[in-house]
Design a protein around this ligand. Structure first.
Ligand SMILES: *Cc1c(COP(=O)(O)O)cnc(C)c1O
Length: 227
């Protein structure tokens, strides 16, 4: 087994353990393998080991890899902040956009999407100046506006808490994102409530699963350090 395959197996084991301890079905948690800076050959290895969902955070890099790996049935997730003028590159390739943080971006994605594009609102949960994501107070108005766009399929919320190596420091932010989703659902009163919660990375995904994550985004624990 390659080390990427071994790492993937280790991450899947950790997902199962965390899900079980939280009384959740591990199948209700999607693992997005974050492949930014990694080569198409490395992505191919993870794919051979059974991984299908991959995450990228630069439009041009996503495009190049999607072209190099067009023979594979990859589900590409765009993760994090996306510039509005890159929507035209990302919308036709991505199966999921985890990082809508403005109405302008939502409108640009809606215009370029081929069919219904699943997406999440990115929330700047730590109110960090250096980070993308919409302010907490903007979630409800942005969601209402996005629901009027015919080609966007709003699924929920995504956030990256301020970095701290101790996963327990992320937990309050995970709890907060879950309650923001509950508050959004209480406001929207949709026939089927939004259930997407993308939170948790290599160092803190167990805590995120315990707090209700339905998508985790894991890079380093699968591919090793990025240089
Ligand atoms: C890089 C990145 C990740 C993965 O981080 P790791 O610590 O390598 O698991 C997750 N989400 C986003 C938005 C990222 O940019």
């Amino acid at each position: 087994m390659s080390s990427i395959a071994e790492n993937l197996e280790g991450v899947r084991g950790r997902i199962n353990t965390a899900a079980q301890s939280a009384g959740r079905d591990p199948a209700s948690i999607k693992l997005v393998c974050v492949s930014k800076t990694k080569t198409p050959a490395e992505i191919r290895e993870a794919y051979t080991a059974g991984q299908r969902a991959f995450g990228e955070n630069y439009a041009q890099e996503l495009k190049e890899k999607a072209e190099a790996l067009a023979d594979l049935n990859i589900e590409w997730h765009f993760i994090g902040h996306l510039q509005k003028n890159k929507a035209k590159i990302v919308a036709p390739i991505a199966s999921f956009v985890e990082g809508v943080d403005s109405l302008e971006l939502a409108v640009a994605l809606d215009k370029r999407a081929c069919g219904k594009l699943p997406c999440l609102i990115e929330v700047n949960i730590g109110a960090e100046e250096s980070k993308g994501g919409t302010a907490v107070e903007r979630i409800i108005p942005l969601a209402k506006e996005m629901l009027t766009l015919p080609n966007l399929d709003l699924r929920g919320l995504m956030a990256i808490p301020p970095y701290d190596p101790d996963p327990e420091k992320s937990r309050p932010y995970f709890k907060q994102l879950k309650s923001l989703l509950d508050a959004l659902n209480a406001e929207l009163k949709l026939e089927s409530p939004l259930c997407g919660l993308s939170m948790g990375m290599s160092h803190d995904f167990e805590a995120a699963i315990e707090e209700g994550a339905t998508i985790i985004r894991v890079g380093t624990a699968i591919f090793g350090e990025r240089f």
